[in-house]
Design a protein around this ligand. Sequence first.
Ligand SMILES: *Cc1c(COP(=O)(O)O)cnc(C)c1O
Length: 459
Amino acid sequence: MLLDRTAGLAGDYLTRLATRRAGAITNYEDTVTRLGGGLPQQGTDALAVVEQLASVLGPATVASAGPRYFGLVVGGSLPAALCADWLVSAWDQTAYSRVSSPAGAAIEEVAERWVIEALGLPTTAAVGFVTGATAGNLVGLLAARHTLLARRGWAVEEDGLFNAPPVRVLVGEEVHPSVLSALRISGLGAARVERVPVDDQGAMRAESLEVMLAANVEPVVVCAQVGNVNSGSCDPIAQIVNLTHACDGWVHVDGAFGLWAAASPQYRGLVAGVERADSWATDAHKWLNVPYDCGLAIVAEPNATKAALHASTSYLTASDGREPGDRVLEMSRRARAVPVYAALRSLGREGLSKLVEDCCHHARRLAATMAAVEGVTVLNAVVLNQVLLRFIDDATTYRVIDQVQRGGEVWLGPTVWQGNAAARVSFSNWSTNEADVDRLSAVLTHSLAEVRAGTMKVD
Ligand SMILES: *Cc1c(COP(=O)(O)O)cnc(C)c1O
């Protein structure tokens, strides 16, 4: 049957992840050509459609679901989460309300509690299952905007921001671009933010924030970050919360991947105090290893999100209890809590903390090995799952990365850290093991030697 055949094709793909090239095998242009032509006049048998997709698109994928991809902080898909996601597609529920889908609403209620327990957040907090941390940042800022302006007697949802009392927004110098997008969309503005200086690891300086908040008279939102996309560093969140709450401000935390440090007793200290913030954005599709797309928009005061987002019409009946649609921007959407539940159920608390800790240990193992290689500098303090490596100078660093990508055994990409080119290595995949880390060290060391000897591969 079609579904069995599809499962077989997916299974073949996943099996090959262990040995295949980490980068794409076929390129973009050829793929467009093979898929394209005009819209067909006649239909094609469903099995033939699926087989064509598997044969044409499979090789054009980057093996980011596999153990040797260290590029973006993406993670793969835990088996239980992947299969749960297939069920979600088969059920095709509109996870808007208890009426539109009892299944979608019920599993959200349980997954919400589990997420909150896993991350050690306030038990009354509301979790919205959104597309990603970008949407999570937007929901957090909309809840902040609502609350701070309502306190000044301004109904922003009805009256908009024209003539509203000004709201100050402070972000760290190393703010993630998705927070700036959320500020643009929410009308709080990306260019009018005040940028708080950061330390050499990219973490906000609490003493600078203190100076900037002194004599604060306006409603203020401070956007903190746990998990810098380059260094993995976390803002001093306890101090940020103390300073911001002392002037009745709102702390929003972008913890797309870093918030998961809270799930490990060993790494929780990095984000100590995070549970006292007002809103959080994180991803399930990164470190929790569920399939795309799945982010979590978490707000301590559920009424704040409901007031900021609630939409009602005569044909949408809603109960007075927890309704999924009160926590997100969308009405129609897939039941994203299902793979989250499956991931957490299959891991348990122990498996989740081990997943986080293993990734962090891999980062330290790589850093220790590479620090001993002549010509290599580890640019960051490896506190979480991120490692920044520099090979002699900018030009050599870019050449080494290029060489590694051509080789295809592993995949990683470049970044710029404090003005210096670096290779950015992220560990967030459940299936990466120590042998993969050692293979990565060997590839990097070998590639540096090749670049130095001038024996680079050329196309
Ligand atoms: C990935 C990331 C985001 C954006 O998350 P999406 O899921 O891609 O929307 C925001 N902030 C940080 C720190 C990230 O790593």
